[in-house]
Write a protein that binds this ligand. Structure first.
Ligand SMILES: NC(=O)c1ccc[n+]([C@@H]2O[C@H](COP(=O)([O-])OP(=O)(O)OC[C@H]3O[C@@H](n4cnc5c(N)ncnc54)[C@H](O)[C@@H]3O)[C@@H](O)[C@H]2O)c1
Ligand SMILES: [Fe+2]
Length: 404
């Protein structure tokens, strides 16, 4: 067996309604002596809670703020995060943290607020410049004590060492460092009850892609723990997604989605994703569609491409997501998985063709944009090296043509 490393959040707290205890947990885990603070009664603690307007409008914050203040923690809110956060937003949040001399940071929302909070915890403490820490292992600590509270079930950011920032009109960069793993990941499925059905669907597919790509990743650190977690993630996500989309307050389905997304996050945090994400990033950037939907649009086509040279690809992972595929011969399971996913994506109400998003949402692009997308996808070498099959620019264009 190959040696491997597996990192995750220091502590994971999961349960329906558990965010009502956020004040008590923050006091114990972010303000005690373990966090480097002399006082453990919260008297000197100043918490910055990082979130976005959608989370505020959904009234998810009020109980959390009451709980934090009841625990005696002075708390300020930064609610200026936007989806796919640009550098300017991260810097504005860092400035607020510095101005209030924050002693701890809480990220509360989807991947966008959680990623922003990770960078705030790091930059507010060290004074480093954001531009200097893009890439793998460039960040230097220490960081402020950090808690992450997801309100979508998709990115798994609460357990990944990654923060993604939009750096130009159409480019994203990642900061990758174990320093970004939080002290506490607090998972309360009730926070997702009001998530709109299209966000539930898109973020749920994002989580599935994390698990599928982690399981098959060519990364040298692909490991048995990640594969085990990926299969369990897919079992939970496959079981829960239709009910969660249809009936947002379905307690069991929301638990399955939130736990499944977190397990998928743990899997890909230690066995990184590949070509589906590499080809999804340009789609999101050019057509301004959500991360999960970008993944859904290219997913079946990348899987079919990967199966062309290896009929047995995905044979181990397919039945975890779709138990009926256990009866399909291993040599045909990968293609059957691609077909079943295409069907599921349509069933949960997501657009299925690139041309659907290229022509809507304020966009007017025709298929002449596809070579530009293929060129941009090739910049994601960090991800492409993990793909089970080598992929050229011509291959990327072929996949976009198939997805158009
Ligand atoms: N760090 C990582 O490991 C990682 C992994 C994948 C993606 N990402 C990044 O995460 C971001 C995407 O995150 P996301 O898909 O969670 O979306 P998001 O955080 O951008 O949120 C999407 C929308 O949903 C709303 N929302 C969130 N929770 C809600 C709730 N409970 N009820 C109602 N509305 C709610 C938000 O206000 C927002 O409008 C992208 O920037 C992507 O690059 C990070
Ligand atoms: Fe993703």
């Amino acid at each position: 067996m190959k040696p491997f490393t597996f990192d995750t959040a220091h502590s994971i707290v999961f349960g329906a309604g558990v965010s009502g205890r956020i004040g008590e947990l923050a006091l114990q885990r972010l303000c005690g002596p373990a966090s480097g603070e002399a006082a453990s009664d919260g008297a000197n603690a100043r918490v910055l809670l990082v979130t976005d307007q959608g989370v505020v409008a959904a009234h998810l914050l009020d109980p959390a703020l009451r709980s934090l203040r009841a625990a005696g923690l002075a708390t300020e809110v930064f609610d200026g995060v936007v989806a796919d956060p640009p550098e300017a937003v991260v810097l504005a949040a860092v400035a607020q943290a510095r101005a209030m001399r924050a002693t701890a940071v809480i990220g509360f929302g989807g991947g966008s607020p959680m990623d922003t909070a990770k960078l705030v915890a790091l930059l507010a403490r060290t004074g480093a410049a954001l531009g200097d820490i893009y890439g793998v292992g460039k960040a230097v600590g220490p960081r402020l004590p950090l808690m992450l509270v997801p309100t979508t079930a998709g990115t798994g950011s609460e357990v990944t060492p990654v923060a993604v920032v939009t750096t130009g009109a159409r480019e994203k960069q990642g900061v990758v460092s174990p320093l970004l793993l939080p002290d506490v990941a607090l998972l309360d499925p009730e926070l997702t009850y009001g998530l709109p059905h299209h966000v539930t669907a898109a973020t749920g597919v994002d989580a599935m892609v994390h698990a599928i790509e982690a399981h098959e990743s060519l990364n040298p650190n692909n490991n048995p723990l990640s594969r085990l977690l990926a299969r369990e993630a897919l079992r939970l996500l496959g079981d829960g997604i239709r009910s969660a989309v249809r009936e947002g307050t379905h307690p069991e389905a929301r638990c399955q989605m939130m736990l499944g997304a977190m397990l998928a996050g743990q899997a890909f945090a230690n066995s990184p994703v590949a070509a589906v994400h590499a080809l999804a990033y340009p789609v999101g950037a050019h057509f301004h569609v959500a991360h999960g939907l970008s993944n859904a649009l290219v997913l079946p086509h990348v899987l079919r491409f990967n199966c062309e040279t290896d009929g047995g690809a995905y044979a181990g992972v397919a039945p975890a997501l779709f138990p009926f595929l256990a009866g399909t011969p291993a040599s045909r399971r990968g293609l059957a998985l691609a077909d079943a996913l295409a069907h599921l994506i349509e069933e949960i109400g997501l657009p299925t063709r690139l041309r659907d998003v290229a022509a809507g949402n304020g966009n007017r692009a025709g298929r002449e944009v596809l070579p530009g997308l293929a060129r941009d996808a090739m910049k994601q070498t960090r991800l492409l090296v993990n793909n089970p099959r080598p992929l050229s620019e011509a291959d990327a264009l072929g996949i976009y043509e198939a997805a158009w």
